[in-house]
Design a protein around this ligand. Structure first.
Ligand code: ARG
Length: 493
């Protein structure tokens, strides 16, 4: 058989190139560049992710150039109108890209020249593509972080909602995937709310360091022209300006921090996804996927598969790969700008997209799954889950814990040997194991009672979980408010 198996999807092909076209950066270079160079070095495909940020940056830069007298009022007007026209062309996907457009910066400048003529030639005054791309990426990341954090919060909201529904739903807690001690579904879901809370905080923290304007760093050594960096930063809503021009053009930490936050966040999603995969098996039966969110088998008619959760589980690996890619590019790079930095952008964009779509999916599926409390309760009713409680009961009677641990271990063995549960051992048997055992020991084998015994802060006791639900509610509301505020501060593009 031939031609049956082909590789994966073809990567998007670069824009068609005539090859060897003249360049705005020609400078000292003579003759034409090789067509192969253009195809190999261009970044237009990835640049389109921040094309509107690029225009916004150019507008702010032009307005500053007007304020310091580099542009006349009419020139600024022409540039602004040209940029506006380009904005709609790009947004509506009818921007006429040309063969010589190596990146979005050159494409916009070339098109602006076509549209408004001479004033366009002044736009790049006091600016380099090195600080320009740093600016674009910071504008993009600033919004991306807020977007992503809002998606995280949306998942927190669903988790909290489901936790409220299952405040009293008994669940066996696991370690090593072996039944360990009783807990509730609410306590379990709230654990994920906490993980996601750290993700929100990490994104906000990265946001703080992203919110710094690099414009004015030039290629690496600022400019001899009296540009007003603060004015541009203010216009673009940045909290500060960068303090060192070399660092400003060489820094991609803000992208790596964002990707690192994505690694942890998608990792959390993958852990939850894994539990949903396990819980939806016939062996567990703790959760049932609605048909709308399940997949079938092309061969086995009875199958109901959790592909969504499996992909969620797998894609965390892809995001981790993105971080490795980013980290490998920047490690060992000399100051300041190096073209290598262009290679940080695609994995950054990928991490953001993959993590964002995973969160979106999780939000929808978590709202739709049916938890099966009967199955959970059945599993949580296993008296062995209360072995620790018996040991601690003996501790209360003065038995040293290590000794109590050994006694209950012997009791578990005896029960297994006799083919009964731990709860079915009579008082005489317990007293043979230790004289401190009293009748109240037999009352321990009630999972609800076991929860009530666990009212320590952070524990699964019903009152504690009630407070935890309130705390989670406050956290989520605070997140939502804070993110709304941050989003409001980002200028419209
Ligand atoms: N495409 C480049 C990047 O993403 C833009 C900056 C290019 N600068 C340069 N000097 N070639 O990093």
């Amino acid at each position: 058989m031939t031609g049956v198996v082909r590789g994966g999807a073809r990567p998007p092909s670069p824009p068609r190139r005539a090859g060897g076209t003249a360049k705005a950066w020609q400078g000292r270079l003579q003759g034409r560049t090789a067509a192969g160079l253009e195809a190999y070095t261009h970044s237009l495909t990835q640049d389109r992710a921040y094309q509107l940020d690029d225009l916004q940056g150019s507008r702010a830069h032009a307005q500053m150039l007007r304020a310091i007298g580099v542009l006349a009022a009419a020139e600024l007007r022409a540039i602004e109108q040209g940029l506006e026209r380009i904005r709609s062309e790009l947004a509506e996907d009818r921007f006429p890209f040309a063969a010589a457009d190596e990146d979005i910066h050159m494409a916009v400048e070339r098109r602006l020249t076509e549209l408004v003529g001479t004033p366009a030639a002044k736009l790049h005054t006091g600016r380099s593509r090195n600080d320009q791309v740093a600016l674009d990426l910071r504008l993009h990341a600033r919004r991306g972080q807020v977007d992503l954090a809002q998606r995280v919060v949306a998942v927190q909201v669903v988790l909290l909602h489901r936790a409220r529904e299952h405040r009293r739903t008994l669940l066996p807690g696991y370690t090593h995937l072996q039944r360990a001690q009783p807990t509730t579904l609410a306590h379990h879901l709230l654990a994920y709310v906490e993980m996601l809370q750290r993700d929100v905080e990490r994104l906000l923290d990265a946001h703080r360091r992203t919110d710094v304007s690099p414009l004015g760093a030039g290629a690496l050594g600022a400019t001899t022209l009296p540009i007003d960096r603060e004015a541009v930063a203010r216009r673009l809503g940045f909290a500060q300006i960068t303090a060192n021009s070399l660092d400003a053009v060489a820094d991609r930490d803000f992208l790596l921090e964002t990707v690192a936050a994505c690694v942890l966040c998608s990792g959390h999603c993958s852990r939850l996804a894994e539990e949903m995969v396990i819980w939806s098996t016939s062996e567990f039966g703790f959760v049932e996927l609605p048909d709308a969110w399940a997949t079938g088998s092309s061969l086995m008619p009875q199958k109901k598969n959790p592909d969504v959760f499996e992909l969620l589980r797998a894609r965390a690996g892809r995001v981790l790969g993105d971080l490795v890619a980013c980290g490998t590019v920047v490690k060992g790079l000399p100051l300041s700008y190096n073209r290598d930095l262009q290679e940080v952008t695609p994995p950054y964009l990928d991490a953001l997209t993959v993590t964002g779509s995973g969160l979106e999916m999780l939000r929808e599926v978590l709202a739709a799954v049916r938890f099966v409390p009967e199955r959970m309760r059945e599993a949580a009713a296993d008296p062995q889950l209360l072995a620790t409680d018996v040991a601690e009961h003996l501790v209360r009677k003065g038995v040293p814990f290590r000794e109590a641990h050994a006694i209950v271990g012997r009791a578990v063995r005896a029960a297994l040997h006799r083919g009964v549960t731990l709860a079915e051992l009579d008082l005489a048997s317990w007293q043979r194991l230790h004289p401190a055992a009293e009748a109240d020991l037999l009352d321990l084998f009630d999972p609800e009672g076991a929860l009530r015994r666990r009212e320590l802060p952070g524990g699964p006791g019903p009152r504690t979980v009630g407070r935890a639900l309130q705390r989670a509610d406050l956290l989520v509301r605070r997140n939502a408010r804070q993110l709304e505020l941050l989003r409001g501060r980002l200028p419209d593009r």
